[in-house]
Design a protein around this ligand. Structure first.
Ligand code: 5CA
Ligand code: ZN
Length: 412
């Protein structure tokens, strides 16, 4: 699938430090030390009702990781999927009378536009589930060859007990796993399954539903195997970061890892699992089913500067849950105006220390609020006429752009 245009990425003097980030698997903040090429997979959208500010916050958080790796001298191999066939997409298309393909195409196009406007660096491979069906069926066949697939009626299931490490990512008790599985696309009560947590690999064709011919018969893929297959094909095992929102820890990332472990006989699927907090509105998680969504495209249509939207997201630390309010955008607008004015000044306080400070704050589990405060300090001083460094305004403009993805040029 086509991704979106690459924004300009200024070069900064020196190189950034090693990134320390919270790994859900290790339950702690720890250094991530990739090889020359850092490899990251982030779970993409299911293309209906995109892009709400919760999605945007998650992709901006992983964009910071991408930017910090680039700043630390790594090449970055970033892969993202699009779940362009799944029950929720078909349900929405049914409700609205849309063709499911048209709905998906339209929403992916909105998402691309939002990501480009927010200056999110695009993935190297942006892969739809539909185009990945041959990869997915290959992986299912590998599982079946290892005895890790069984039939219920004519559907194929993955037995979670095939992976002795199953459960080690989320570390929940069985009742909680069953509850979350049921709430997130799983079918714990389906008769004929060996374990209520076993997840669907391949669903045989149902009347009136889209289906594809394959060596597994005519049907369509389950959800978790989609990300397992795409990540394994493009990144291989033991890539650096598997990412997404916190809602994906269980079952999605647990299942994807278990399937990859069993299919390859190696461990781990990813070296670190990184999860962004949930953004809500009016005290509720922002979600399609609750309908309490604030869309990036709507904010843009109402005249919001995408750089202010990005700054509003960055004002919250990625791992916290938070609630979007109009004040977020208002505060960000004022900050953006101040920063823009400050970097227009002919001189300001030397910005070398600021650059190191922002790098340090971001490398410490993406402490964006502290990084923004550091830049506020420089901007306030420059606006008060302090400092005679004529190179400083340009350096601040470059560091805000390269590290935070916030362009201070007035190019709208
Ligand atoms: N297609 C699957 C992943 S393979 C999916 O979860 N799609 S999604 O459209 O529901 O979500 C896209 C991404 O945004 C996921 O990483 C998800 O964890 C994240 N996300 C969803 N809702 C929120 C929210 N309210 N706040 C923050 N992130 C969210
Ligand atoms: Zn996924």
């Amino acid at each position: 699938m086509q991704s979106w245009p690459v924004p300009e990425l200024p070069d900064l003097p020196g190189t950034g430090p090693v990134l320390r980030i919270h790994d859900t698997g290790a339950r702690q903040v720890r250094p991530i030390e990739p090889g020359p090429t850092a490899r990251m997979y982030v779970c993409g959208i299911t293309p209906y009702d995109a892009t709400h500010v919760g999605h945007a916050a998650t992709y901006v958080a992983f964009d910071l990781i991408h930017r910090l790796w680039r700043d630390a001298g790594h090449d970055v191999h970033y892969v993202q999927n699009v779940t362009d066939i799944d029950d929720p997409l078909l349900e929405r298309a049914n409700d609205t009378g849309d063709d499911w393909r048209e709905l998906a195409d339209r929403e992916v196009e909105v998402f691309r536009g939002d990501m480009a406007a927010l200056r999110v660096l695009p993935p190297r491979e942006y892969v739809g589930a539909v185009e990945a069906i041959p990869l997915i069926t290959d992986l299912i066949a590998r599982l079946r060859d290892k005895g890790a697939a069984y039939e219920v009626e004519s559907d194929l299931y993955f037995p979670v007990n095939a992976d002795p490490r199953f459960g080690s990512l989320a570390r929940l008790d069985v009742a909680e796993m069953v509850r979350l599985f049921g709430e997130n696309g799983g079918d714990p009560d389906r008769p004929g399954k060996k374990d209520s947590l076993d997840c669907l690999l391949w669903q045989s064709a149902r009347p009136g539903e889209p289906a594809w011919d394959s060596t597994l018969g005519r049907g369509r893929p389950g959800w978790h195997i989609e990300c397992g297959a795409i990540s394994l094909h493009y990144l291989g095992m033991t890539f650096d970061i598997q990412g997404g929102g916190r809602d994906l820890v269980f079952p999605h990332h647990e299942m994807g890892a278990a399937e990859a472990h069993v299919a390859t006989g190696t461990f781990p699927h990813a070296r670190a699992y990184v999860h962004a907090g949930m953004v809500g509105l009016d005290g509720e998680k922002m979600s399609k089913s609750l309908g309490n969504l604030v869309f990036v495209s709507r904010l843009r249509n109402e005249g919001a500067d995408p750089m202010a939207v990005r700054l509003a997201l960055l004002n919250h630390r990625y791992r916290n849950d938070w609630t979007w309010t109009p004040t977020d955008l208002h505060t960000a607008d004022e900050r953006l105006a101040r920063w823009r004015e400050a970097v227009q000044r002919p001189s300001g306080p030397p910005a070398g220390t600021l650059l190191e400070g922002v790098r340090d704050r971001l490398a410490d589990d993406l402490d964006t609020p502290a990084a923004l405060t550091a830049i506020d300090g420089w901007a306030d001083a420059a606006l008060a006429g302090q400092g005679e460094d004529t190179a400083a305004p340009a350096l601040v403009r470059d560091l805000a752009d390269a590290l935070l993805g916030v362009s201070l040029r007035r190019h709208r």
